[in-house]
Design a protein around this ligand. Sequence first.
Ligand code: HEM
Length: 141
Amino acid sequence: MLDENTFFDSYTRIFGKAVKIDATGNRFFTEFYRRFLECSDDVAEAFKNTDMAVQENMLKRSLLYGVNFGDNMNYFDALHRIAVSHNKAHYDIKPALYDLWLDCMVATVGEFDPEFSDDVELAWRLAFAKSITYMKFLYDK
Ligand code: HEM
């Protein structure tokens, strides 16, 4: 059953207990970006000049900003900066691409979490819902 532990239990099965994801998480991020780049030409275009090894490491360090957004001001400020860098005036990441991002994230969780289920999928979607709403909201602000 879905409860307040469902997300972090899944996170722990994939990455371990430490908040800071260690090198064992690398495969997850490689696989996530492989999927994400393949799912749309717009995504491939957005990353055409990006060193994907750097990008994988960046998401490994910043994943929880997206989850904890709204819980305290440190996470708010961090995600606010990310939302501004992605908006129309900067990287110009179209709002629809965040839905693809989440679909690819959930598909990757499905591959790496041995206890993946509909509840786990929903928990991951809910965990990123607020931050993705905020990033879309800031697109043209
Ligand atoms: C919740 C979702 C996302 C999070 C938490 C996130 C996080 C980040 C962070 C922390 C950076 C590096 C710092 C910065 O430049 O601001 C970054 C860079 C970037 N992100 Fe995202 N991102 C998300 C979604 C997306 C989506 C949907 C796209 C669409 C293609 C995207 C494209 C980019 C690009 C192009 C860069 C710059 C890469 C470079 O430096 O060459 N991001 N992202």
